[in-house]
Design a protein around this ligand. Structure first.
Ligand code: FEO
Length: 392
């Protein structure tokens, strides 16, 4: 990524990670970017750094605008290492005594990541910092998505540097949302589902605070992906909708299968749903990444889980996905379990336990069929699909 002036005196100086396909367990099939920003005013400010492996590229980008040694202030919006990993290299280059502005939790977390005793300036929520003609306002956004997370807002330019929020794991030639088109929302949805879904209540509070403060945005610049300048209202509305856990009348039937019996059941359930007018799709777990499965779940009202019984347990891949789903705390879902078994058939009961723990509204006690579903068994699956559809 080449440095680019995105507003007068404000530069994007981040880097592109074209090849990353697994971001701590999240599938990043479109790569990602680690965005960082340089503000050249009476004081020169660097907002966030990048993953350690890209330190030299970051320094190279900065050097095309100013001598890095002239940076006066570093702002760390977030201590996770995709944004703080280059701090040691940057601080070595610009001077170890230069101030690092961060949240109070940022101070704590950065101190736990790095042994250097840097010149930290923990800030208060909504504290202002004048850097010349521009004013930075720091907004504490605790647990969005780490305890240290904060936003930095440039009042005069109405630009919000939003850390991970509003991000997308996307690498491309585009810099702005309008250049990427509708695809941007697909990446933003997946990002929300996997990183932010469980913090919906906090996001709604934050959106209220932004409204109360009367903050307006000409641009929202997250730390991953493209910057929002055209569809700002659309992404804020989407965050509000996803955070409220508003769901749509659609269903996902998530399953794994050993000899296609549970798969046959899944397809019959989908047919029953579809015949009652509910868009539904079967999702085979080992053909889909868990981060894509949770993205399907985000807007679906019904989540139906199917598993064969293996060694008195649910299938391991089903347990994996349920663990992942549980951590992200989806709400306002209806659910049901199904599966084929040979001689013991514990999977349906075990799945129901997990659905109960997630407070899903379980609308059927579950359907288990021995070995290969016969005509009556397939009919029962179809009827289960219809029953689920009618309950929505
Ligand atoms: Fe992009 Fe929470 O780091």
């Amino acid at each position: 990524m080449q440095p680019l002036e995105i507003a007068k005196g404000i530069y994007s100086v981040g880097v592109t990670d074209w090849n990353i396909r697994d971001f701590h367990g999240y599938s990043t099939y479109a790569g990602t970017t680690y965005n960082a920003f340089l503000i050249v005013d009476e004081k020169i400010v660097l907002i966030d750094t990048v993953k350690k492996e890209f330190s030299e590229q970051l320094l190279g980008n900065i050097s095309k605008i100013v001598d890095p040694g002239k940076i006066d202030i570093v702002v760390s919006n977030h201590s996770e290492m995709d944004h703080s990993g280059s701090l040691p290299r940057i601080m070595h280059e610009i001077g170890e005594d230069k101030p690092i502005y961060c949240s109070k939790m940022g101070f704590k977390n950065l101190s736990s990541h790095f042994t250097q005793k840097w010149n930290y300036h923990p800030v208060e929520n909504q504290e202002d910092l004048s850097i010349g003609k521009k004013t930075l306002t720091f907004l504490e956004t605790r647990m969005l998505h780490w305890p240290d997370s904060m936003f930095t807002y440039v009042r005069e330019d109405k630009i919000l540097f939003s850390s991970d929020a509003f991000g997308q794991h996307y690498a491309g030639a585009e810099t702005f949302d309008d250049q990427l088109g509708d695809e941007v929302m697909l990446h933003a949805r997946k990002y929300f589902a996997n990183i932010l879904m469980l913090y919906g209540v906090k996001i709604l509070k934050l959106l209220d605070t932004i409204g109360e403060l009367g903050l307006e945005f000409d641009m929202i610049c997250p730390d991953h992906g493209v910057f929002w300048r055209k569809n700002i209202g659309q992404i804020i509305d989407a965050y509000a909708k996803w955070s409220r856990r508003d769901s749509e009348k659609k269903a996902v039937v998530i399953y794994d299968t050993m000899w296609h019996s549970t798969e046959t059941m899944a397809e019959a359930i989908v047919s029953g749903l579809a015949d009652e007018g509910v868009p539904a799709k079967p999702v085979h777990i080992r053909s889909s990444h868990r981060s894509d499965i949770i993205t399907e779940i985000l807007e679906a009202r019904a989540v139906i889980i199917g598993s064969p019984t293996l060694n008195n347990q649910m299938f391991p891949s089903v347990a994996d996905v349920l663990t992942y789903i549980k951590g992200l705390k989806p709400k306002n879902k209806i659910g049901a379990a199904f599966g084929s078994y040979g001689w013991s058939g514990e999977a349906v009961r075990l799945i129901n336990k997990e659905l109960e723990a997630m407070k899903f509204d379980i609308i059927d006690s579950g359907l288990k069929l021995q070995y290969v579903p016969d005509e009556d068994g397939i009919k029962a699956c179809y009827e289960l699909g219809r029953k689920i559809a009618r309950s929505m």
